[in-house]
Write a protein of this length. Structure first.
Lengths: 227, 244
């Protein structure tokens, strides 16, 4: 058997995970549906007054994105953990953090990217200021990978547990706070006609920080869970 | 130094040594706590702005300091666990978590009680209160994760990773909450505008801070000893301990 190079291994895992997701359409649709549903609940709960909705739209969209990304986290390693693929990944000759990064990328493409595509529609329904659409898309584009990266650590820590769901949210949500703050306020700023560059820069900093640290923490946590 | 490190890393040694320290720590704590409390509540002058109600600072501030200090201790223990696989560090880490959570809770409660006369409400989404609340969630996450994993050696490593991840995030969370707060609210009433605090007020604060530190070590030793007995209940040294 011929040995895969590192980039081939990365591409292989990415392709495999995407293929599994595509064959399993309902899992693909669930986080998206959840996102739309949560946002639908808000006008029903706080009233359909356009001014109010437009004002709280950035917050609603981001809280919904946070929750939806958190709910889909468990799928990142669950089936691989159950059928032993994860064990093979840890045993392989390639550095685990890189393989983890491939899985996180696949997870983001499956759960984060659809949010990016649907968020302008929801922003329109909530009556967000039109000038803020670009910034909203930018925050979702930068923010959701951070959520997947941080979430990966939490999933890796709780993958061995039978009832990991509640504990996962307890672990992951406090760590999501900075993303929520900066993303929502960036959209807020943009809808007020101000520059959102400081927030966007901070989010980019978070992205690179989590990109460089999270795969290692996730790999360590996976090794712990498989021991 | 390494010898000392290794000795404290051995459960029976820790158990015996900590047992000898306990009464001393308890006594020292009582001395500092009582003198700090009496000094703070009786002898320190009233604040010219806040009157008598500022005196809650003597519980609030040391508790808030401890809440952060203990998380740092946990993160350091986490590194020791991951690098040297030291069992004692695991136990110290997980025994610290409830104490740290209690201090955080105490800081939150005293903070909101202080907020009532100062700000007119028990809770404001002040930057410090909010980040303290998130710190409480981080503590509860550590406790919850440890409780959820049955295999305790594995649980020890899991919380070690979590403690380190949390420690990396605490400054980020703290900073972003502060930034969020300055953006969303205008300048609120700041607690202490004064550049410095008079020594007659500072002295009881320091006494209380030392008292809380000693209390932490004391409570930690008690918890660690109990945890040791439970974990090592099948080992020879525990058996010998109970036979004699």
């Amino acid at each position: 058997m011929k040995r895969l190079s590192l980039s081939q291994a990365f591409a292989f895992i990415l392709r495999r995970d995407l293929l599994i997701a595509l064959r399993n359409r309902s899992e693909l649709a669930n986080p998206l549906l959840f996102f739309v549903l949560v946002i639908t609940l808000f006008p029903l709960a706080v009233g359909a007054e356009p001014n109010l909705l437009a004002r709280i739209a950035p917050g609603i969209i981001w809280v919904a994105a946070l929750l939806s990304s958190m709910l889909s986290l468990d799928a990142m390693f669950r089936s691989d953990f159950e059928d032993g693929t994860l064990e093979q990944m840890l045993l392989s000759a390639h550095p685990v953090p890189v393989l983890v990064l491939a899985k996180v990328t696949a997870h983001w493409l499956v759960t984060g990217l659809p949010l990016l595509l649907i968020s302008p529609l929801l922003a329109m329904m909530l009556g967000l200021d039109e000038g803020a659409y670009g910034i909203l898309l930018l925050t979702v584009l930068i923010g959701t990978p951070i959520l997947s990266l941080i979430g990966a650590i939490g999933v890796a820590l709780t993958i061995g547990l039978r009832k990991g769901g509640i504990i996962l949210s307890l672990l992951v949500l406090p760590l999501y706070v900075p993303v929520l703050i900066f993303a929502a306020s960036a959209v807020d700023m943009a809808s007020g006609g101000l520059s959102a560059m400081p927030q966007i820069s901070m989010m980019l900093a978070f992205l690179f920080l989590s990109l460089s640290l999270s795969p290692w923490a996730t790999a360590a946590a996976l090794r712990m869970s498989m021991s | 130094m390494w010898k000392w490190f290794h000795q404290w890393g051995s459960p029976p040694h820790f158990y015996r040594r900590a047992g000898k320290w306990l009464p001393w720590l308890g006594g020292l704590f009582a001395v500092f706590f009582i003198s700090g409390l009496v000094d703070g509540l009786v002898f320190a002058p009233a604040d010219y702005q806040q009157g008598e109600s500022y005196r809650i600072i003597y519980v609030h501030v040391p508790a808030a300091w401890m809440s952060m200090f203990i998380y740092m201790v946990m993160a350091v223990c986490g590194i020791i666990v991951l690098v040297w696989r030291m069992k004692m560090a695991e136990i110290v880490l997980i025994s610290s978590a409830p104490i740290g959570a209690s201090f955080t809770f105490l800081a939150l409660v005293t903070g909101s009680l202080w907020g009532k006369p100062m700000w007119g409400t028990y809770w404001v989404w002040d930057a410090r209160l909010t980040s303290e609340l998130i710190l409480l969630f981080l503590y509860l996450g550590v406790i919850g994760l440890y409780g959820a994993i049955d295999e305790k050696r594995m649980a020890g490593r899991a919380v070690a990773i979590l403690a380190i991840v949390g420690a990396v995030n605490i400054p980020i969370i703290h900073f972003s909450v502060e930034w969020w707060n300055s953006l969303h609210q205008g300048p609120t009433v700041t607690k202490f505008d004064k550049p410095s605090i008079h020594w007659s007020m500072l002295l009881p604060l320091l006494l209380m801070a030392v008292a809380f530190q000693i209390y932490y070590v004391w409570a930690l030793f008690l918890k660690v000893r109990a945890e040791l007995l439970q974990r090592e209940r099948n080992s020879r040294w525990v058996e010998e301990l109970f036979r004699s």
